[in-house]
Design a protein around this ligand. Structure first.
Ligand code: FAD
Length: 570
């Protein structure tokens, strides 16, 4: 039997990988293979049920990666969830569809990624989207939008669930937040995110099913003869040609399945879309990374780049909850995205200058933690960029989600742009061994303080009328654990003992100039290679204020065009 050979071999049939597979295989003369460790979840109710968020956790479609002991959070490990299925993490996620603040995408270009800015990405958000205009009843329940922000002919269904939460809550939350200077925002998907909003979700409203990357980009196109998905198959590493000089040339991917280990050959390119907690690992296993790490496991160095696996950024999530007076039903999508100004009021300039004066120390600590793999000056300029976004450009500082469920009013929240930086690296040359994942949650006291400050802001929200009339006692953290007027350190202890990952890891194969700590260039091509790209959350260089998928779909859409344009014959 002749060995399997395709023009493009994509590792990971997840959120990003399926976009690229779809767009490349639009050209009938291009052959595309997708290697996916998981299987179809098309009929899995833990995936499809609109109210079923969380059902898939710890099931066989959740990688449930464990972190290293978190030094700055009492040494405990965290679980970082990720989907193992056709559709990847989009099949298990929370469906929230919010993009980014325009200036956050503009900084991609400002740091040296030519062509990547809000104006060039915005059309791709729309290209991916099939917006379902809300019904009058949904509008009544708070669904609101500007049609110019949305695309209606893309593959990804975006809209509101049929069964939305009691309409009385929208004015109650809105009036409450206005008193705390958080305005109403009709539609956060046009680049201006600050305010209270009833944002859309990735959902197929008519079918009343959760939407995911597979339903949008794969299943309707599965019959294409030039598109092949190879499931239940694990990619181990990239296989290279014999050349010793010049950029490394990938010839295929070594995979393992029940049929044993074999190579799937790529005549044009290998594209890694295995997610931010896997793509950098595959690079290392393939010889691209920090020689100190690769040599420890006898992996020959193909490309020396110490930035691989560094710059890991995630957010931390906590929840307050209250006893509800009413019995709410339906699916809530209420979020407040306050700016730092709105949270800190007249304390803002003190907070801003205290953080600013710490950035140099943070940069030194990150460089030390990486054993010199990242340069202090590069980290400092990244942290400064982030500080500017928060304190000069007024991007949202936190997301506060309001989740009224029967008799309980839950509010989950996360500060959006923590300063801590971690990394992910192999611990073995054996691809089946999980890598060492260390997000370094709360590495900097400021990240813990910010999270505690937002918690206090939320307590204030629930103490303010009319929302205060809707709830009774606080269940979490509760006044026994964190009394009224509790000190900052009591709040911080609660945050540290009850937080979880916000499941937004990015940055582990950043798109950046190489001398600034980049792993891929503005074509998403891996430095030092001729034909390997990374297209997934790994390449996002700075954390975003939106949930990630909308931006990942847009990035993958734009990347697909870059690839098509680079082969003029197509
Ligand atoms: P993935 O979608 O994870 O795709 C990677 C694929 O590669 C997977 O299918 C995986 O099985 C496969 N793979 C990995 N390694 C291998 C290998 N060695 N061989 C073969 N295949 C491999 N975002 C939002 O926008 N809104 C939300 O509400 C939201 N909520 C979330 C809730 C949870 C619990 C989680 C975990 C995430 C959430 N996110 C949310 C984040 C978002 O879903 C992810 O950031 C995004 O889906 C990641 O896309 P990706 O393309 O980078 O990788």
């Amino acid at each position: 039997e002749a060995p399997a050979r395709y023009d493009f071999v994509i590792v990971g049939g997840g959120t990003s990988g399926l976009v690229v597979a779809n767009r490349l295989s639009e050209k009938p003369d291009i052959t595309v293979a997708v290697i996916e460790a998981g299987d179809s979840v098309f009929n899995n109710p833990n995936v499809t049920t609109v109210t079923g968020y969380g059902l898939a956790f710890d099931s066989d479609i959740d990688w449930a990666y464990k972190t290293e002991d978190q030094t700055y959070a009492d040494g405990k490990k965290q679980t970082m969830r990720a989907g193992k299925a056709i559709g990847g993490t989009s099949t298990i996620n929370g469906m929230s569809y919010t993009r980014a603040q325009d200036v956050q995408i503009d900084v991609w270009e400002a740091v040296g990624n030519k062509g990547w800015n809000w104006n060039t990405l915005f059309p791709y958000y729309k290209k991916s989207e099939h917006f379902q205009v809300p019904t009058p009843d949904q509008v009544d329940h708070g669904a609101d939008y500007y049609s110019s922000y949305h695309g209606t002919s893309g593959p990804l269904k975006v809209g509101w669930p049929y069964f939305m939460t009691n309409s009385s809550l929208v004015p109650a939350i809105d009036q409450t937040l206005r008193q705390l200077d958080v305005p109403y925002n009709r539609d956060v998907n046009g680049g201006q995110m600050v305010g209270f909003t009833v944002h859309p979700d990735t959902i197929d409203r008519e079918a009343n099913i959760r939407e995911d990357a597979a339903r949008a980009y794969y299943w309707p196109y599965q019959a294409r003869p030039n598109l092949k998905i190879i499931t239940n198959t694990y990619a181990n590493k990239i296989i290279w040609d014999d050349s010793k000089h010049g950029d490394a040339v990938a010839t295929g991917v070594e995979v393992t399945s029940v049929n044993g280990t074999e190579t799937i050959y790529a005549s044009k390119e290998v594209i890694l879309s295995a997610g931010s907690l896997k793509s950098p690992v595959i690079l290392e296993l393939s010889g691209i990374g920090n020689p100190d790490i690769l040599e420890k496991y006898d992996i020959p160095v193909k490309v020396n780049n110490t930035a691989v696996g560094e710059n890991l950024q995630d957010e931390t999530n906590n929840g307050l909850s209250y006893q509800g007076r009413e019995f709410y039903i339906g699916t809530a999508t209420f979020s407040a995205l306050p700016s730092a100004q709105q949270i800190y009021g007249d304390k803002l300039s003190d907070v801003a200058s205290s953080i600013n004066s710490s950035l140099a120390d943070y940069a030194k600590a990150v460089a030390n933690f990486s054993n010199g793999a990242v340069k202090e000056e590069n980290v400092l300029s990244a942290l400064q960029t982030q500080w500017d976004l928060i304190f000069k450009s007024d991007v949202p500082f936190a997301e506060i989600v309001f989740v009224p469920i029967p008799k309980t009013f839950l509010s989950e929240f996360w500060t959006l742009l923590p300063f801590s930086r971690g990394n992910i690296h192999i611990k073995s040359a054996d691809p089946t061994r999980q890598a060492s994942i260390n997000p370094n949650y709360f590495m900097f006291g400021q990240d813990l303080t910010s999270q505690a400050d937002v918690a206090q802001f939320i307590r204030k929200i629930f103490h303010t009328a009319p929302l205060s009339d809707v709830v009774m006692d606080e269940n979490d953290p509760g006044l026994d654990l964190v009394p009224e007027n509790a000190t900052e350190s009591v709040w911080k202890d609660w945050v540290k003992t009850s937080y979880r990952s916000n499941f937004h890891p990015v940055g582990t194969a950043s798109m950046m100039p190489r001398d600034k700590g980049g792993v891929v260039n503005a074509q998403l091509k891996v430095y030092g290679t001729k034909n390997v790209r990374v297209i997934d959350a790994s390449v996002v260089p700075f954390q975003l204020c939106g949930h990630l998928t909308s931006t990942l779909y847009a990035v993958a859409e734009r990347a697909s065009d870059l690839i098509k344009n680079s082969y003029t014959a197509y």
